[in-house]
Write a protein that binds this ligand. Structure first.
Ligand code: GAL
Length: 850
């Protein structure tokens, strides 16, 4: 049991473990003595929608990825030790999707509709110190669709208990910024809101110390004494000077820490840390964006928050893997389209170095034809979500925005606040009062960053007066806005602009078409051949030649962004495929990602890497398995950081291509197809810098199983991402390989999710079978805590995890992982799950017949 004894100033404790869960809406479940013995036991974060089967009739439809939602309850019983007496106990949910309603010991604490913002409650007045306490949470996501994308359902982010003294720093109670920065010094302004929860006036010493990255020694410090009346709060302003500050940037994300210590005499009452990154931002209508005085192009991605096969349930390491992939690609910016992402996302953006456009809302009052939840037009087929945020905006928007700003304003990664994505009332109907209210709220709570919004149909918005109210105008591609940069720059020379959502381009991993599927009249994405070379490609799949751009493709968009100095940068839609917004059954995913749903990069990933990094690399496409197309001329494209490349087919040179002229962003050869080896060599200044080769595979004959991590600690919630890869008898990758794989896990681990990136796959994410798609499949494994009993005749050591994968007719593969600790994530107080225990219901899956 963790000590919560009298003198400890502040503890923030993870409260994720040992919950119970029931799907449905059992009556009276908030009562302390409710019999929940039959409920399922689980640890949070949890998304129940992702555990279910896809269903063409699911109420969430194409927006929600055809997964069910509904109502569910969570419950946790825990013992509170006596030594907590006199302290304050707060619970905080980082995100409940949606309509999270919370009770402690049967007492109703509150309800929060918005599923993307944290909510906290003071448990102190209702806690039974020295006794058993019960928290219950009702989640209501019954009315569908509640968003235009997959929201997941449940307590899907972390839960925390914070225990403080009555004299404490308020929740999100510091505001740290650097009003003056030079090479020699940075002025650090710190506002601290201190609460005196004692029944007498207190003389409180507020100490501040600034600690450099990774150091235990402060390099600047200051102190102020304030007298705070009983039961009130006070905001204390202090300034410190930091000598020769290490600046924060995506390349060098130097993070200082401001440590606030509250003392009364010698007694320390609170210790509260705030991240600090010293950097300057400048946005210029002619010259673009400057970070620390240097010009920087925003090389950005929009992403939804789901983690593919894990749904929205936050596994920190899954998020970290995704951000790492973007970082390796040279991405330096993220837009939190279209809602507050998790606190972990913000922490990682600070630590890994991403510039964040932090967006709060996708809907205001008007979900196009729904205003405040009421239908205002007979055309109810268009627009945002019927049961989306438009129902709650009037009552909740100022509170939600305030909480978002206070939660995130200390993160150096945040460079702009986006108050909207494509809101029709302002951009089409010119209702600018709301813009002013939200913008002024931002300016009041954080005047250090500009206010923006993502806007489509800019030509309409240009006439409504809306855009003049923003500090920076975000151009979303819709309605052809991405073709207006030059015209608008001339017409509105003081307007600061960036591509908040451009390009929208689709691609399915390993699928190709030489004819353009999407064509916008303002812009041509030319066909690559006269006749379609790959007419067999399924109509639901998108071509990976960067020729399925909704309006503009990735290369042309980047060209505009790179060459127009006043465009601050671009945020493509999207980095990763996401569940939902599928365009209709049988497709269940949004296929805009340049990385598929289970983290396999698609070809366009390498386009960005070639433009955004100096990593020596070359990537060629398409794959080279085209039986029956012998002699057909196939366009071969290369993305490389070299200045030229040479292509060889079966050892014979097909010539050198150099960048410039018509193809500044990719190199191209027209190659009559013959099976064998296609090899490309990249050169820079005449020196070879990278080489790649792909081979025509013979008949599929075997598979490989690999893990990206072998040691798993359940306390850290470590994950292993396994790759299943189909090969021919010689080990050549089969880019069309499709096989069912059965999985068996022995030892202390479980499969968290499987997928293959196929937007048409309806196989459940929770399964012990997976089918490869275009040669690959993914299996995500986590270790489980607790006793690991090894059977006497088992060929396995304690802690050893054996994943066995079998494909009918082929030799099976075994992978050995190791659990390195038995414990659970840190737990606070003893869970009280006395009484009968329900087991974790887990889909064992039934291997389908190949
Ligand atoms: C945009 C919108 C995104 C997504 C995208 C799909 O208009 O902001 O959320 O829906 O279109 O093309």
């Amino acid at each position: 049991m963790l000590s919560a004894a009298g003198d400890i100033p502040r503890q923030k404790l993870n409260f994720d473990t040992d919950w119970k869960f029931a799907l449905g809406d059992p009556e009276g479940a908030q009562a302390t003595d409710y019999d929940a013995s039959a409920w399922r036991e689980l640890d949070l974060p949890h998304d129940w929608s992702v555990e279910a089967n896809f269903d063409a009739d699911a109420a969430a439809g194409a927006p929600g990825g055809y997964l069910p939602s509904g109502v569910g309850w969570y419950r946790k019983a825990f013992l509170v030790p006596d030594n907590i007496a006199g302290r304050r106990v707060f619970i905080e949910f980082d995100g409940i999707y949606m309509n999270g309603e919370v009770w402690i010991n049967g007492h109703h604490l509150g309800k929060r509709p918005y599923g993307y913002i944290g909510v906290g409650y003071d448990l102190t007045p209702h806690l039974k110190v020295g006794g058993r306490n019960v928290i219950t949470v009702k989640v209501d996501d019954l009315k569908q669709p509640s968003a235009r994308w997959y929201g997941g359902t449940g307590i899907y982010r972390h839960v925390w208990l914070t225990i403080t003294q009555p004299v404490r720093v308020a929740h999100h109670g510091t505001y740290v910024r650097t009003p003056q920065v030079t090479r020699q010094s940075a002025r650090v302004a710190i506002d601290t809101t201190v609460i005196n929860g004692e029944e007498e006036e207190m003389l409180v010493e507020v100490d501040q110390g600034i600690y450099p990255p990774g150091s235990d020694y402060f390099v600047a410090a200051g102190s102020k004494e304030v007298s705070i009346p009983a039961g009130s709060e006070m905001t204390v302003a202090q300034f410190l000077d930091l000598k020769e500050p290490m600046l924060w940037s995506p390349e060098s994300p130097n993070l200082y820490k401001v440590r606030t210590t509250l003392r009364v005499g010698a007694k320390v009452l609170d210790v509260y840390d705030t991240p600090l990154g010293v950097r300057t931002l400048r946005f210029d209508a002619n010259d673009g964006f400057f970070l620390n005085g240097e010009p920087v192009i925003l090389r950005g991605m929009c992403n939804h928050q789901d983690l593919g096969p894990l749904g929205t349930a936050l596994w920190d390491q899954a998020l970290e893997r995704r951000l790492r992939m973007l970082k390796d690609m040279g991405c330096n910016a993220l837009r939190t389209s279209h809602y507050p992402q998790s606190p972990e996302f913000m922490r990682m953006a600070d630590e890994m170095g991403f510039l964040v456009v932090n967006e709060t809302f996708d809907e205001w009052r008007r979900g196009w034809n729904f205003v405040d939840g009421q239908l205002v037009s007979s055309r109810n087929d268009r627009g945002k979500a019927r049961y989306g945020y438009n129902q709650y905006f009037t009552a909740w928007s100022e509170r939600d925005l305030t909480d978002h700003l206070k939660r995130d304003r200390n993160h150096p990664c945040v460079i702009m606040w986006s108050i909207a994505n494509e809101v029709p009332e302002a951009q089409k109907f010119g209702e600018i009062e709301t813009v002013k209210v939200l913008r002024d709220l931002v300016r009041e709570i954080d005047p250090t960053r500009p206010v923006t919004a993502g806007i489509n149909h800019i030509h309409t918005a240009n006439e409504t007066g809306f855009l003049e109210e923003l500090d920076i105008v975000g151009y979303n591609g819709g309605g052809g806005s991405c073709f207006l940069y030059e015209k608008d720059h001339e017409r509105f020379p003081n307007r600061i602009i960036y591509a908040s959502e451009v390009p929208h381009s689709l691609q399915t991993r390993g699928e190709y078409r030489t004819h353009t599927n999407y064509r916008e009249k303002q812009h041509e994405i030319p066909n690559l051949t006269e006749e379609e070379v790959f007419p067999e490609t399924d109509a639901w799949y998108e071509s990976s030649y960067d020729n399925a751009g909704v309006r503009i493709n990735a290369r042309d968009s980047w060209h505009l962004t790179k060459t127009l100095p006043y465009v601050l940068g671009e945020f493509r839609w999207t980095g990763f495929d996401y569940i939902g917004e599928s365009g209709g059954w049988p497709r269940v995913l949004g296929n805009f990602g340049i990385i598929d749903l289970c983290n396999f990069p698609k070809d366009t990933y390498y386009f960005y890497q070639s433009q955004w990094t100096d990593t020596p690399m070359i990537h060629i496409l398409p794959h080279w398995n085209w039986p029956g197309k012998e002699g057909t001329v196939i366009p071969v494209h290369a993305y490389t950081t070299g200045d030229e490349a040479e292509l060889f087919l079966n050892g014979e040179s097909l010539g050198v291509r150099k960048f410039g002229g018509e193809n500044p962003y990719h190199l191209e050869w027209m190659v009559p197809y013959a099976p064998g080896e296609l090899r490309a060599v990249a050169r820079k200044g005449g020196d070879e810098i990278a080489e790649t080769a792909i081979h025509t595979a013979g008949p599929p004959a075997r598979f490989q199983l690999e893990a990206d991590q072998v040691e798993l600690d359940p306390r850290r919630r470590d994950l292993a991402y396994l790759t299943v890869r189909i090969e021919d008898a010689d080990g050549n990758f089969d880019p069309k390989g499709e096989r069912w794989v059965s999985l068996q896990v022995r030892g202390p681990a479980r499969i968290l999710g499987v997928h293959n990136g196929d937007p048409l796959s309806h196989h459940p994410f929770k399964s012990n079978t997976v089918r490869t798609f275009n040669g690959l499949a993914r299996v995500i494994v986590a270790s489980t805590p607790g006793d690991d009993v090894v059977q006497p005749n088992e060929k396995r050591e304690s802690g050893e995890i054996i994943v066995r994968a079998s494909v009918r007719g082929w030799e099976s593969r075994e992978l050995r992982l190791k659990r390195v600790h038995q414990g659970k994530p840190e737990s606070v107080f003893k869970p009280d799950n006395s009484g009968p225990r329900a087991t974790d219901v887990y889909d064992e899956g039934v291997p389908p017949v190949d």
